[in-house]
Design a protein around this ligand. Structure first.
Ligand code: KQY
Length: 365
């Protein structure tokens, strides 16, 4: 693995759309008891279901801490490759590489600075030193060279690319003081253009209501294909989510993408509010500096937080009356893909969902 002293834009590498062909999917293994209830056991079953579902479409590689290696090997199907990667928690989307690719099919990683969604003041836990090394370790194992940005904080869940020159982000997240307070919006946009190799950045205002990542875009909106997005939606005007989604809709409808296309918006209704139960609260360790789980608090549940696999889609389900309509809508929007649902309540209890725990490696040469 070589560190490249240049930028993807200068070298002709771009971040592909997630719907483009993948080489593999990378994940990490949950275990920390102040995030995952009952020492992570229910979450491990849920992660294993996600890995199993994705492995029907493409190879899956799961990084685990040494003390969980044997258990993860035992819980994951044989077709899933298990490798030892020390980590503080299990959000491969955010601490793993953002992969970029050139027209010849060469793939490289981009290593943003990771600070656990906001650093000491605003972040979700401390320390995050092992998470901060995950990107490099993945690139080492995958045999990919890497760009490194030691001074620019970003997580993979806070960006989407259409693969054709357009990126999608939220102001709530990228302008949050816990990330790059020394940079203004124009400077942040310039970094994205340089390292994702896009010409246009569409800035939504806010992410999903109460999202603890400060509004990662991957929970509220994603590209379905160039020129089309999926937007988390509710028709309930009394729900605080309504104003947020309506604001996104107005913005998207007034925008064009980098190729000058108007953007078609598909609404994907959120489930009914998913609230933490007393039993769930009781299963999570309390730790100073970690986000407490409190009975009755609403989780940032959204069907938009799904994963594109080769020929498939793996999307979260919540045991909600909205599950079936959401599956049906996804099948209508993606007739050429097999849409698979995985019950993901245990994952949203940790603060994210299927997209947040996965990272695609684009197909290489
Ligand atoms: O949604 C994500 N990308 C990660 C959320 C993790 C928050 C910390 N519990």
């Amino acid at each position: 693995m070589k560190l490249i002293d240049s930028t993807p834009r200068k070298d002709g590498y771009r971040m592909p759309g997630e719907y483009e062909l993948h080489e593999a999917c990378w994940m990490l293994w949950p275990q920390r008891p102040d995030v995952w209830r009952f020492g992570g056991k229910p979450a491990q079953y849920a992660f294993a279901e996600v890995a199993k579902a994705i492995s029907r479409f493409e190879p899956v590689i799961v990084g685990v801490n040494g003390d969980q290696y044997e258990n993860a090997c035992n819980m994951l199907p044989d077709c899933v490759r298990v490798v030892e990667i020390s980590n503080n928690d299990s959000w491969m989307r955010d601490c793993g590489p953002t992969f970029v690719k050139n027209d010849r099919g060469d793939v490289r990683g981009v290593d943003w600075r990771f600070n656990a969604w906001g650093g000491l003041e605003y972040g979700a836990y401390f320390p995050w030193d092992k998470d901060a090394q995950v990107c490099r370790k993945v690139c080492e194992i995958a045999g990919k060279d890497m760009y490194k940005l030691p001074d620019f904080v970003l997580e993979g869940g806070s960006i989407h690319s259409d693969g054709e020159g357009t990126a999608l982000v939220t102001e709530e997240c990228l302008l949050h003081p816990g990330r790059n307070p020394h940079l203004n919006k124009a400077q942040i946009e310039e970094k994205l253009k340089e390292y994702l190799n896009v010409e246009k950045v569409i800035w939504l205002k806010r992410g999903i209501y109460l999202d603890e990542t400060n509004g990662h875009v991957d929970n509220i909106c994603c590209f379905a294909r160039p020129g089309e997005v999926l937007l988390a939606w509710t028709d309930d005007e009394s729900d605080p989510q309504y104003e947020i989604s309506a604001e996104c809709l107005a913005l998207l409808e007034s925008e064009t993408d980098a190729k000058g296309r108007p953007i078609k918006v598909h609404k994907l209704h959120v489930p009914r509010p998913v609230l933490i139960t007393r039993e769930e609260e009781a299963g999570v360790d309390v730790k100073a500096g970690s986000i407490p789980r409190v009975e009755g608090e609403r989780l940032a549940a959204s069907y938009v937080n799904f994963y594109f696999a080769n020929g498939g889609i793996v999307m979260p389900l919540f045991g909600d009356p909205g599950d079936e309509p959401a599956l049906a809508k996804m099948r209508e929007i993606f007739p050429d893909r097999e849409v698979v649902g995985v019950y993901a309540r245990e994952i949203i209890l940790g603060g994210g969902n299927i997209h947040c725990i996965t990272q695609q490696q684009p197909k290489g040469l």
